[in-house]
Design a protein around this ligand. Structure first.
Ligand SMILES: Cc1cc2nc3c(=O)[nH]c(=O)nc-3n(C[C@H](O)[C@H](O)[C@H](O)COP(=O)(O)OP(=O)(O)OC[C@H]3O[C@@H](n4cnc5c(N)ncnc54)[C@H](O)[C@@H]3O)c2cc1C
Length: 500
């Protein structure tokens, strides 16, 4: 037994997105069984970015019992159907990674094999003609679709204002009974024998004691690293961007229901549309751009008026070797960071807290619990890491040293294996629990320029005429709802008034 006391009180250090998601979800799911106190310091503040999400956030909201209309209104949110990747494969080229299911799933034969057999995958842009998310993203349309036909489905996520989101979750958590303490943690008290954390000492002298500590203190990892020294696995040889400049700008007249990711010569730029403003930023490699160069690139590629000066954020991609150590669990940026290319960090917070709930050490912390938690977190981070490296490595760009380096770099064996299987005849497998399904890997592989040499022979079990007829029908079914839907802005204007 690492810590033999029953866990009655959880202390969360940090009131950013990680701190407040942890507080809300733990309190909602564990109820009166544990008391929760969250300590945060307004003088330090939060990282202030993190505005694009992926569809599993809907599960989080639904478990918390959040009213969607109120949520959209309070966080000034918009709908996200996809990410549009521009200039990634080549300058001037674009493709979507959408949340929709492309085509129709067939027993034992992925849709893309049929498309390949009918010649539709050689002209890669054909792929997205079978995707409702893509069609609506391009048309700037959205509504919550209810259809009995399972191929008419439009999974979505949100863009929201990070500051408003933290405030929203704070109000929500306090209503559930989470206690918030304002104050700067200046000292951490550890048990002399075990090294476990016993208390946080604030600048005011106040001592906050607990049984289990969740470190949501951001990049520095005040408990997991500064106190327990667990070490960091550095992945910056693969994910080389290490800096970001973020700037809010005035909103566009029309808000697009997708994130834009625009590659530059040594990094990429995000554009996130919100109801009241746009979020913009440049993620870049500081070995290739000076801060001034990065600022010039960012500011000359925004198309509405800036509302503040660009803010610099430095980071190192990778993960803590042990995300749970002794009685401390790191969640959010304190646990590691994989750069924001596929908007996975907020999801990793959600997934870490759900994992903790499943393994919650009600009767005390054991080695088995900690090992299981760390094993699952490691695999989850590695799978996302591979998906992100794919975007950088598989490119036809040779116009800058950065992109030449990306093409030439050694990639993890797990990713090399996945690419090789797909290249040969479109074989795709979902690794167990991989956040990204075959559909996501398909879009990014094809979008970045890998066209499989052949299709799987199971596609020969149908006649070519039958396949062509089926493709025509699916395309028509997918396109049918688009003209009937309201614009994304009309949807928001109407929906946000609901439930007041
Ligand atoms: C450039 C960039 C873009 C991103 N974009 C996305 C995105 O689009 N989608 C996505 O999912 N994620 C994104 N992320 C990640 C996302 O921002 C974070 O995962 C999320 O904000 C969680 O941050 P956090 O709560 O861990 O840390 P922070 O927001 O840094 O919060 C740390 C908290 O700890 C407190 N604290 C620290 N030290 C002390 C102390 N000594 N005493 C008291 N309190 C203390 C601070 O006051 C603060 O409340 C992005 C990250 C970066 C860097």
């Amino acid at each position: 037994m690492l810590h033999s006391q029953p866990i009655r009180k959880v202390v969360i250090l940090g009131g950013g997105t990680a701190g407040w998601i942890s507080a809300a979800l733990l309190k909602k799911l564990l109820g009166e069984a544990v008391a929760i106190e969250l300590v945060e310091s307004e003088t330090i503040g939060t990282v202030g970015v993190g505005e694009a999400t992926i569809p599993p956030i809907q599960v989080l909201n639904s478990v918390l019992g959040i009213n969607e209309a109120e949520f959209l209104r309070e966080t000034k949110a918009t709908i996200k159907l996809a990410i549009r990747f521009e200039n990634w494969k080549q300058q001037g080229h674009q493709y979507y990674h959408s949340f929709g299911a492309i085509g129709k799933s067939m027993a034992f034969c992925h849709f893309h094999h049929l498309l390949k057999r009918a010649g539709g995958l050689d002209d890669e842009s054909q792929l997205w003609q079978y995707d409702l998310n893509y069609l609506c993203a391009e048309a700037g349309k959205f509504a919550k679709i209810k259809s009995k036909d399972p191929i008419i489905d439009m999974p979505y996520a949100y863009h929201f204002d990070a500051g408003l989101y933290a405030q929203y979750l704070r109000k929500f958590s306090e209503k559930l009974g989470v206690v918030r303490t304002e104050g700067l943690v200046e000292q951490v008290v550890q048990c002399q024998q075990s090294g476990s954390v016993q208390a946080l000492v604030l600048k005011s002298g106040q001592k906050v004691t607990g049984d289990l500590f969740i470190d949501c203190s951001g990049f520095k990892g005040l408990l997991i690293q500064d106190t327990l020294r667990t070490g960091y696995e550095d992945w910056s040889h693969w994910l080389q961007c290490d800096s970001a400049l973020a700037v809010p700008t005035e909103r566009h007249e029309k808000t697009a229901p997708y994130t834009r990711s625009i590659a530059h010569s040594a990094g990429w730029q995000w554009r996130i549309p919100l109801q009241h403003r746009n979020g913009n930023g440049l993620v870049y490699s500081s070995s290739h751009y000076s801060q001034q160069e990065a600022a010039d690139i960012l500011m000359s590629n925004i198309d509405t008026k800036p509302l503040a000066d660009p803010k610099l954020i430095r980071f190192q991609t990778g993960r803590r070797y042990q995300q749970w150590h002794k009685n401390v669990i790191a969640v959010g940026l304190a646990s590691g960071f994989l750069e924001p290319l596929e908007s996975t960090s907020i999801h990793l917070i959600q997934s870490a807290v759900v994992r903790l709930v499943h393994l919650f050490p009600h009767q005390g912390i054991t080695t088995d619990i900690v090992d299981e938690y760390n094993k699952q977190s490691k695999v989850e981070f590695e799978q996302i890491r591979d998906f992100l490296i794919l975007h950088y490595h598989v490119t036809e760009r040779t116009d800058s040293q950065f992109w030449r380096d990306m093409r030439a770099m050694e990639i993890p064996d797990s990713l090399r294996h996945k690419i090789a299987l797909f290249q040969e005849n479109g074989r795709l497998f979902r690794d167990q629990n991989d956040l990204f399904l075959e559909n996501s890997w398909l879009q990014v592989m094809v979008g970045q320029g890998i066209i499989p040499k052949d299709y799987h022979p199971t596609a020969n079990s149908m006649s070519l005429e039958y396949i062509e007829e089926t493709l025509k029908k699916i395309k028509a079914i997918k396109a049918d709802p688009v003209s009937k839907l309201p614009s994304h802005d009309e949807f928001l204007a109407h929906y946000c008034k609901l439930g007041k």
